[in-house]
Every structure is written in structure tokens, then in C-alpha cells.
Design a protein. Sequence first.
Length: 146
Amino acid sequence: MKITVRSAVEVDLSVLLALYSELNPDDPQLPETSADAIWAAISRQQGRTILVAETGGTVAGTADCIVMPNLTRGGRAILFVENVVVASSFQRRGVGRQLMEAAVRLGESAGCYKVQLLAADDAYVHTFYEACGFKALAEGFRRYIP
Ligand SMILES: CC(C)(COP(=O)(O)OP(=O)(O)OC[C@H]1O[C@@H](n2cnc3c(N)ncnc32)[C@H](O)[C@@H]1OP(=O)(O)O)[C@@H](O)C(=O)NCCC(=O)NCCS
């Protein structure tokens, strides 16, 4: 199966929203005007890239990446990854791995010294990130804002 990874463009918005509803099935649907406005804000954001993986003309997965300029580590930036999801019908076919490799390449080309993400608390998700070369080197902390 040939998989290509590219930056998402506006026409990908509906498929991105469908993937995000697989990731967070309990989320209410975003009104179209809100989604359009958020997409516009994302598009303008420097260092932001939503990657999509395509196979046979279908978008099968995505990973949202942002480069954070940084004053430590000799000024090398950090690449953060969020919202990683592969459509259930395309899982276990290498799509997620290609997305993570593309994220690391983005980080390399932006001069980042690390790629950082938080993993869901699922053993298989940890296996996935380890298979992609990530190590569980830190403990994640999160505080939700109501
Ligand atoms: C986690 C996820 C992104 C993996 O995507 P994927 O395209 O299925 O992963 P890949 O096919 O590229 O898998 C790469 C390697 O990861 C490991 N892996 C992936 N899924 C696995 C599973 N269900 N069980 C065990 N190992 C798994 C394997 O080592 C696999 O290599 P192999 O198939 O050669 O054995 C996908 O399962 C998903 O979208 N899950 C739901 C959303 C989610 O949990 N996202 C992460 C939030 S932090």
C-alpha cells in the first residue's frame, strides 16, 4: 500500500473533522462556521503543519504539528505533535508510522532538538510510539480548563 504524507489544505477540512470524531467520539460536532474560522487561524499560524497521510486518494490519518521557537538548548526549537489518528479501516498498515516519520522530518528541517507528544494511556498506543522510535522519557501532566 503506497502512503504519501503531505500538509493538509482547506479541502481536507471535512475529512479532518471526520478523523477527529473517531479520535474523540464524545465531542459535539463543531458548527461549520467555527470550523472554518479555526482552520483559517491554523493556516495563518507560523510553524503549524497539519499532516495528512493519503493512500489511494483517500486521507487515512493525520497528525497536528507545531514548532515552538525556544531559548534553551542553544536556541533549538521543539516540535509538538497532537491529534494523531488513523481511520480505523486503515489501522495496522503503516499509516501512523509514516505520519510520525514525516513529523520527525519536519522537526529536523525546522532545526528542532526533539519531537514531543503525550500518548493516550493505552498499552497499544505506547507500543505504537515505541515502534516509531519514541521513548517514554517523561511523565505527562495535564490540567483541564473547564
Ligand atoms: C495509534 C494509531 C495512530 C496507530 O496508527 P496505525 O496506522 O494503525 O499504526 P501503524 O500501522 O503505523 O503501526 C506501526 C507499529 O506500531 C505498533 N502498533 C500499532 N498499532 C498497534 C496495535 N493495535 N497493537 C499493537 N501494536 C501496534 C506495531 O508495532 C506497528 O508495527 P507492525 O504493524 O509492523 O507490527 C492508531 O491505532 C489510532 O489512530 N488509534 C486511535 C487514536 C489514538 O489512540 N491516537 C493516539 C493518541 S495519543
